[in-house]
Design a protein around this ligand. Structure first.
Ligand code: GLV
Ligand code: MN
Ligand code: MN
Length: 421
C-alpha cells in the first residue's frame, strides 16, 4: 500500500485536527463539550476554515454548522460529508473531528485540482453527537432527519437550562425545527476512527462500515432516605446506593447472558451513577443511574429492558427503597449502511491501493440518523490500540489521510453516478 500519492493534502488535514485539539479544557484534555464556550470557540474555528475554503457557511435551525458549495447542476441535490466537533469529557482528538476535517479537506482538494462537482457539496458539523448534559446524543442529526421530538427540547441539564434554550444559544431555532429537515441530500458519507482494534490488528488501512448498532438509554432512579451513617442501624436503613449497586451488577449480568447467546452483539454499561447527597457520613438518599445498551438485534434490547425492569424493581424492594423512575431517554434502532454506497467506498479504497475490510460499528454515529433520509455510509480508519473516548485516543496522520482520500474518491464517483435529478 502506498499513501504518498493521495489526492489531498495530509498535512493540511492534520493541521485542522490539531488546531481543534488545542481548543480544550486545559484541566481535562481533550474536552470540548457541546453547548459550552469551548465548543463555540471550536465551531468558530471550523466556520472560519469553511469560509477560507470557499464554503458558504450557516447554522441550521437544528444547530448544525453547514458549509456549502454550489454544484454545476444544483437540481441534482446535495452530497454531504461530515461528523461532529464536540467531545465526551476527557475524550480524544479524533472522534468526530477527523470526519469534519475530512469534509473540509475534500473541498480544498477539489478546489486545488480545479474540480467543480455537478452536485452541491455540503460539509456538516452536527450538533452534540455525544450524549450532552441534557441526556441526549445526536441532537443535530436528529434535527436534520425529523427525529428531534419537541418533548426532547424540554430536557434539562443539571444547571437548569432547557435543551430548547441551549439550542437557541448555539444558533439554532427550536421553534422552527421543521426547517432543518432535509429532503435534498442524495448521499451522506462520514469518516471516523474505528474506536476498535480490527483494522490495527489486521494491518488494514480502512474499514467500510456495514452497520451501526442500535442504542437504548434508560434512566433509573432509586429514592431512599438520607440518614446518619454512624447512628442508623443497618436494618433500619433505606440506602438508595445499595439498590443502585445491585442494579449495576444486574445490568452487567443480563448483558453477558444475552451476548453469550450469539451471534448478535450485545453490550450494556452504567456510565453515570449520581449519588445524593454524596457525603462519607450520610446514608445515600437518592441514586440516579444511566444505562446505555447496544446491540445489532432490537429483539435483544426488548428482552434486556424487560429483565432489567423486573430485576431492578426487586433490587429496590430488597434495599427497602423506592424505584421512582425507569425511563427510556432515547432509543435508536440498529442501521444497515447503504449497500450501493458501500460498493462505491470499496471501489475507491481499491483504486487507491488501500487494504480494506467490511466491519460493523459498535459506536453510534450521525450517519445512523442520516440513513433515515438518504443513502448513508461510513469509512473507518485505524486508531491506536482501539482506544477512544479517552485522552490516549490516537490515529496516524497518514491513516486519517488515507480514509479521507477514500471519501474524496467516493464523492467524485457519486457525483458521476447520481445523475438522475
Ligand atoms: C458515540 O460516541 C457513542 O457511540 O456513544
Ligand atoms: Mn464518541
Ligand atoms: Mn463520534
Amino acid at each position: 500500500m502506498t499513501k504518498t500519492n493521495l489526492p489531498l493534502d495530509a498535512d493540511r488535514l492534520w493541521s485542522d485536527i490539531m488546531a481543534l485539539a488545542d481548543i480544550t479544557d486545559p484541566a481535562r484534555p481533550y474536552t470540548r463539550r457541546s453547548f459550552t464556550e469551548l465548543f463555540l470557540e471550536g465551531r468558530a474555528l471550523v466556520a472560519t476554515r469553511f469560509t477560507e475554503a470557499g464554503l458558504t457557511t450557516r447554522i441550521d435551525t437544528g444547530g448544525n454548522l453547514i458549509g456549502r458549495i454550489e454544484g454545476r447542476k444544483p437540481e441534482l441535490g446535495v452530497i454531504a460529508v461530515g461528523s461532529h466537533s464536540d467531545t465526551v469529557p476527557s475524550g480524544g482528538r479524533f472522534d468526530g473531528i477527523a470526519g469534519v476535517a475530512t469534509g473540509l479537506e475534500i473541498v480544498r482538494a477539489l478546489r486545488d485540482s480545479g474540480t467543480q462537482l455537478d452536485h452541491t457539496l455540503e460539509v456538516i458539523d452536527f450538533l452534540a453527537e455525544e450524549p450532552s448534559e441534557y441526556g441526549l446524543s445526536c441532537v443535530g442529526s436528529r434535527g436534520m432527519t425529523g427525529f428531534l421530538d419537541v418533548k426532547m427540547l424540554d430536557l434539562v441539564e443539571p444547571g437548569g437550562e432547557k435543551l430548547r434554550d441551549a439550542l437557541r444559544r448555539v444558533g439554532g431555532d427550536p421553534d422552527r425545527l421543521d426547517r432543518a429537515i432535509r429532503s435534498d441530500i442524495r448521499a451522506f458519507l462520514e469518516l471516523h476512527i474505528e474506536q476498535g482494534i480490527v483494522l490495527e490488528s489486521q494491518s488494514l488501512d480502512v474499514g467500510v462500515v456495514s452497520s451501526i448498532v442500535g442504542i437504548r438509554r434508560i434512566e433509573i432512579v432509586f429514592e431512599g432516605e438520607a440518614d446518619h451513617a454512624g447512628t442508623t442501624p443497618l436494618h433500619l436503613r433505606h440506602d438508595a446506593l445499595v439498590a443502585a449497586a445491585n442494579a449495576v451488577a444486574i445490568v452487567r449480568r443480563i448483558a453477558e447472558e444475552l451476548d453469550a447467546e450469539g451471534p448478535d452483539y450485545f453490550v450494556a454499561t452504567v456510565g453515570i451513577l449520581a449519588v445524593e447527597p454524596s457525603a462519607s457520613n450520610i446514608v445515600p438518599g437518592r441514586c440516579r443511574l444511566l444505562v446505555d445498551a447496544r446491540t445489532t438485534n432490537p429483539a435483544l434490547t426488548a428482552r434486556f429492558v424487560s429483565a432489567l425492569d423486573r430485576e431492578s424493581a426487586a433490587a429496590a424492594t430488597a434495599a427497602r427503597v423506592r424505584r421512582s423512575a425507569f425511563t427510556t431517554l432515547s432509543d435508536g434502532p440498529p442501521v444497515a449502511c447503504d449497500p450501493d454506497l458501500q460498493v462505491t467506498l470499496r471501489a475507491a479504497a481499491r483504486d487507491l491501493g488501500l487494504a480494506q475490510t467490511d466491519l460493523p460499528s459498535g459506536a453510534g454515529h450521525d450517519a445512523a440518523f442520516m440513513s433515515r433520509i438518504c443513502r448513508s455510509a461510513m469509512v473507518f480508519v485505524p486508531c491506536r490500540a482501539g482506544k477512544s473516548h479517552a485522552p490516549q485516543e490516537w490515529a496516524d496522520r497518514d491513516a486519517v489521510a488515507a480514509g479521507a482520500a477514500v471519501i474524496l474518491q467516493a464523492v467524485k464517483a457519486l457525483d458521476r453516478s447520481l445523475q438522475d435529478a
